[in-house]
Design a protein around this ligand. Structure first.
Ligand code: ZN
Ligand code: ZN
Length: 181
């Protein structure tokens, strides 16, 4: 029996076994390093997880099952992304005629061709039909009759802005009219 074993235990097999064991050790060390690093990045108590990870196989499986779900950096990034999306949404409204989503600076509805905004003759910015002065270049505008459905029903923040300060608007309007004459 021992003769057969010694015959099977060739130098090649010995070599293969050594390589296999070395690989296992490297894998074990790497797994511990990974757990420590990952736990640190996730903002958990990494030293506790380091001790857990020292238990071969079981340690790393336990960590994979119980680790906190998100990296701290990812969490921050997600919050930023949500804030950005909300700001982008604030720039959108919908066509008063057909309800098609339109951006705040659209002049026409791309869907039904309803006129949404006037265009400043001087700087070309899109202007709300109710405005009597261009907020971008201070050009006073001809008092166009406000059309029904021509205003975008956008976010309340946007519509509140031009009407919020009527006292400040009047002198500016008068000043620009005087400049023109
Ligand atoms: Zn439309
Ligand atoms: Zn303008």
């Amino acid at each position: 029996m021992s003769e057969i074993l010694s015959q099977l235990w060739t130098p090649e097999l010995q070599m293969a076994m050594t390589v296999f064991v070395v690989m296992l050790v490297i894998l074990y060390v790497l797994s511990v390093v990974w757990v420590v690093r990952d736990a640190y990045l996730r903002g958990t108590m990494w030293y506790v997880w380091a001790i857990v990870a020292l238990v071969p196989v079981v340690g790393i499986i336990a960590y994979c099952l119980l680790r906190p779900p998100l990296l701290q950096i990812d969490r921050d990034e997600q919050e930023l992304e949500v804030a950005l999306k909300q700001r982008q949404l604030m720039q959108y409204g919908e066509c008063g005629n057909c309800g098609y989503p339109v951006e705040a600076d659209y002049i026409l509805c791309p869907n039904c061709h309803q006129r949404l905004k006037n265009q400043c003759v001087k700087c070309g910015h899109a202007l709300d039909p109710s405005w009597t002065v261009c907020p971008y270049c201070a050009t006073s505008l001809p008092a166009a009759p406000a059309r029904r459905g021509a205003r975008t029903t956008s976010h309340p923040h946007q519509q509140a802005a031009p009407q919020a300060n009527p006292a400040g608007k009047a002198p500016l309007q008068g000043a620009t009219r005087q400049q023109e004459r």
